[in-house]
Design a protein around this ligand. Structure first.
Ligand code: XMP
Length: 509
């Protein structure tokens, strides 16, 4: 097991960012809700306490037994974490009298201290708190202040315990990364040897051990996560990995054949299953988005189960679960309320009685891509836009027919191939077309037409949580619109969606 930093989550919106910044330093870390932390092991080199929307002054504030950590290994409290340590050490935490939100500048820096090494006086940091640490006990040394905050950073004199009231993990803190490096490298003495090459070697070795000669089944979707998971397991057990790629009739134009082909080139033992008609039958007449999602999920499980049963003596089910899914299901607040019956249609039921193997469950999305690169997976797969499991079914508003799917596939294909041709594809997080149930008047040749309206949607985003519409050039939109109207029978009007998320979502259903 690699050495690691534990991050205890008290519910801050920035906790995942702390983890990403630490990992960018090639140091492995794990996030746990403050009330469900595993016991310390030798691999743990330091602990970071996150921020929180709560106040240590509330009777019911989230807390932990700090004695487990303080003085035993290096600890860094960030914002609430720093206030909690101060509060429990008989310091004084009071409501801020002036606004402590936004940029501030560090002064009176103790650069001789290891946490502050190489930080420059005046360095900009991001503040976001409603409480402030007013007084600290004598065994606290103040390491930095700002104009309005006297105790911006502190250290306990006799131990490696630190607190900072600002957020080094957000990019608005100019030297936040230096401070985090100081903590994990100079104070916790982590080796910075957690790289994607190291991850691949260690994971393949572990998978060999864990899986031995057992057979494993995995559902490929054409997306990044399942493809990378498959390649890792393939490196460990070769032909004992049985991949299943289901054509649900709701994929992009030619996607099934193309992706199947790339998988075969990658050496994967993959079976393509044409189940289009089963999905169309189950969807016939359904208009409610949730009902459509559920029908697709159900048929997928039926098809997958039938195929898995054909593999004699299969023991394991592999899944491309990634770290944000794991964190969400463990989070302080519990799994976030289901707005759509999202997102992994491939979640399989217990009746399959298979043991589950999830080789990517400690990685963030961009780390999965890096691992994919290390495994030499084609850029065409690694750079693909995310695509929803229920596919075009949630981009055809209303009921689904094979004819509508065909129309939308042509529209989508024109949009996506033009994005690729003009070099815009990689600037966009996700793009697609929506077939609306609206008909509008047009003129073709000498005839009046009354045909469908399609909408184009392209968004920029970092993580899919929030998104903004892509400012695609007008000329580009004009060309795509002309091509769609000229080539796709059944469409006479094209509109472009300029809603941001939230309040809108990326998909229309
Ligand atoms: P929304 O529309 O919620 O989408 O902003 C966020 C991301 O999730 C994808 N998405 C889905 N993925 N099953 C999936 O596997 C679904 O039912 C589903 N609905 C939305 C969407 O494409 C976007 O990337």
């Amino acid at each position: 097991m690699p050495e690691k930093i534990l991050i205890l989550d008290f519910g801050s919106q920035y906790t995942q960012l702390i983890a990403r910044r630490v990992r960018e330093l090639n140091v492995y870390c794990e996030i746990y809700p403050y009330n469900n932390v595993p016991a310390l092991t030798d691999e743990v080199k330091g602990v970071i306490l996150s921020g929180s929307p709560c106040s240590v002054r509330d009777a019911e504030h989230p807390t932990i037994d700090l004695a487990q950590y303080l003085g035993k290994l290096p600890v860094l409290g960030v914002c609430y974490g720093a206030q909690l340590i101060a509060h429990e050490s008989n310091g004084e935490v009071t409501p801020s009298t002036i606004r402590e939100y936004g940029r501030a500048r560090l002064s009176e820096l103790h650069t001789a201290n290891r946490l502050m090494k190489e930080l420059t006086p005046g360095s900009v940091v991001w503040m976001s708190h409603g409480d402030t640490i007013k007084e600290v006990p004598d065994n606290f040394e103040i390491l930095a202040s700002t104009d309005t905050v006297r105790v911006a950073a502190y250290k306990l004199r006799d131990q490696e315990t630190y607190g900072i009231q600002f957020h080094p993990e957000v990019t608005h803190s100019d030297e936040g990364k230096t401070l985090l490096r100081n903590f994990v490298v100079h104070i916790c003495r982590c080796m910075q040897d957690w790289t994607s090459e190291q991850f691949v070697d260690a994971t393949v070795a572990e998978l060999k051990q864990q899986l031995g000669n057992d057979k494993v089944v995995l559902g490929l979707s054409g997306g990044v996560d399942s493809s990378v998971a498959a390649m890792l397991i393939h490196h460990a057990i070769g032909k004992n990995l049985y991949c299943i790629f289901v054509d649900n009739g709701l994929l992009r134009k030619d996607e099934f054949a193309n992706v199947l082909d790339s998988y075969k080139h990658m050496g994967l033992n993959v079976k393509g299953v044409d189940a289009k008609s089963k999905f169309y039958d189950a969807l016939a007449g359904l208009t409610d988005p949730e009902a459509k999602r559920k029908a697709i999920g159900r048929v997928f499980i039926e098809v997958f189960d039938e195929e898995a049963h054909k593999i004699e003596d299969v023991k394991w089910l592999a899944q491309g679960t990634i770290y944000p899914d794991v964190i969400e299901s463990l989070s302080v607040k519990g799994p976030s309320a289901t707005i759509k019956s999202h997102h992994n249609v491939g979640g399989l039921p217990d009746f399959m009685k298979l043991k589950v193997v999830e080789p990517l469950k400690t990685l963030f999305k961009d780390e999965v891509r890096l691992v994919g690169k290390t495994l030499h997976i084609d850029d065409a797969i690694l750079g693909r836009h995310p695509f929803p499991g229920p596919g075009l079914a949630i981009r055809i508003l209303g009921d689904i027919t094979p004819e509508k799917v065909q129309i939308l596939q042509q529209v989508d294909h024109i949009f996506i191939s033009n994005l690729k041709k003009s070099g815009l594809y990689d600037e966009v997080w996700q793009a697609g077309a929506i077939l609306t149930p609206v008909q509008s008047v047009g003129v073709m040749g000498d005839e009046r037409t009354y045909e469908n309206v399609v909408a184009l949607r392209a968004v920029t985003s970092i993580d899919g949580m929030t998104a903004d519409w892509s400012r695609l050039p007008y000329e580009f939109l004009a060309d795509v619109s002309n091509e769609i109207i000229n080539k796709v029978k059944g469409v006479n009007r094209v509109v472009y969606d300029i809603s941001s998320k939230p309040p809108a979502t990326i998909e229309w259903e």
